[in-house]
Design a protein around this ligand. Structure first.
Ligand code: NAD
Length: 278
């Protein structure tokens, strides 16, 4: 494709086999990029390759984001296959199913903290460490998947919320440290109907956030956010990733998070949306 906002870009996406990572991969392909999709599940990654209009522009890497050697290998394979690296999308993560402190024993807290922080925070940091030398060469950028839980409470329990607040801090710190050659930004997603899992250490890895969305019926109250009728399809969250990755469109933007959360920051006290009567 020519004329896309990411024409000729080479991109590495962690957690690219499902959910928002896959939606971003497909959108970036449509915008003219080539993508390396990294994830734990080889079948999911093969499915991304099979589903692509031009499979030669998709490179799958089966790896765990806690494995620094594997992330270095993914960067090297991206450069071998596509000639360079323009964008890292740090995205792979797990949720804590809003398990509150009072419902966590000391041992559970200990192990779940290590698991969630090592995937959600260390995974982003190790990916940035593996990618920055190539990003300096291309004057590229990092786009991190952040969350409503990077700013507000109750999108997770203490483990998830703290991990996503940490990612916000990481995004800002790296935006400073890698400037002026590499921009670092985030997309703070709200609730999306994806395959997001819980940690193995809490035996929540068999559950998917998508199941909670599927259970919602006509009597389910709307989410308490202004745009409570907005989409939860991850494909509808991909635009800001394209914007932030495209140097022609967002060259002066770094250290910024775009919230795509239906307006959580402008909720009212009496009602979430002031225009329900309109
Ligand atoms: P998802 O489960 O569909 O995607 C996450 C991907 O990361 C999966 O493919 C999974 O296999 C992979 N992954 C998990 N742990 C990994 C590891 N250790 N190594 C390699 N790959 C690993 O869920 P999603 O909702 O698309 O999640 C993507 C990001 O979006 C996460 O950072 C999540 O915190 C964030 N997010 C999700 C929501 C939501 O409501 N779904 C809201 C805000 C932010």
């Amino acid at each position: 494709m020519s004329g896309g906002w990411l024409d000729g870009y080479a991109v590495l996406i962690t957690g690219g086999g499902s959910g928002i990572g896959r939606a971003v991969a497909e959108r970036f392909l449509a915008e003219g990029a080539s993508v390396t999709v990294l994830g734990r599940d080889a079948d999911q990654l093969d499915d991304v390759v099979r589903g692509a209009a031009d499979p030669s522009r998709v490179h799958p890497v089966t790896a765990d984001v806690r494995d620094s050697d594997a992330l270095h290998r993914a960067v090297a394979e991206t450069v071998d296959r596509f000639g360079k690296l323009d964008t890292l999308v740090a995205n792979a993560g797990v949720w804590d199913y809003q398990r509150q402190l009072t419902r966590l024993g000391a041992k559970e807290l200990d192990t779940a903290f290590d698991e969630i922080f090592s995937i959600n925070v260390k995974g982003y940091l190790l990916a940035a460490e593996a990618a920055w030398p190539e990003l300096v060469k291309t004057r590229g950028s990092i786009v991190m998947t952040l969350s409503n839980a990077s700013f507000y409470v109750n999108g997770g329990g203490p483990l998830y919320t703290a991990s996503k607040h940490a990612c916000l801090g990481l995004m800002r710190e790296l935006a400073y440290e890698l400037a002026p050659k590499v921009r670092v930004n985030g997309v703070a997603c709200g609730g999306m109907n994806t395959d997001l899992r819980g940690p193995e250490s809490l035996s929540l890895d068999g559950r998917s956030i998508g199941a909670s969305f599927a259970k919602r019926g006509p009597d389910t109250p709307p989410p308490p956010i202004p745009l409570h009728d907005s989409s939860t399809d991850p494909r509808d969250f991909t635009g800001p990733y394209v914007l932030l990755a495209a140097r022609d469109q967002s060259g002066p933007i770094t250290g910024h998070a775009i919230s795509v959360d239906g307006g959580i920051g402008v909720r009212g006290f009496g009602s979430a949306a002031g225009g329900d009567h309109l």
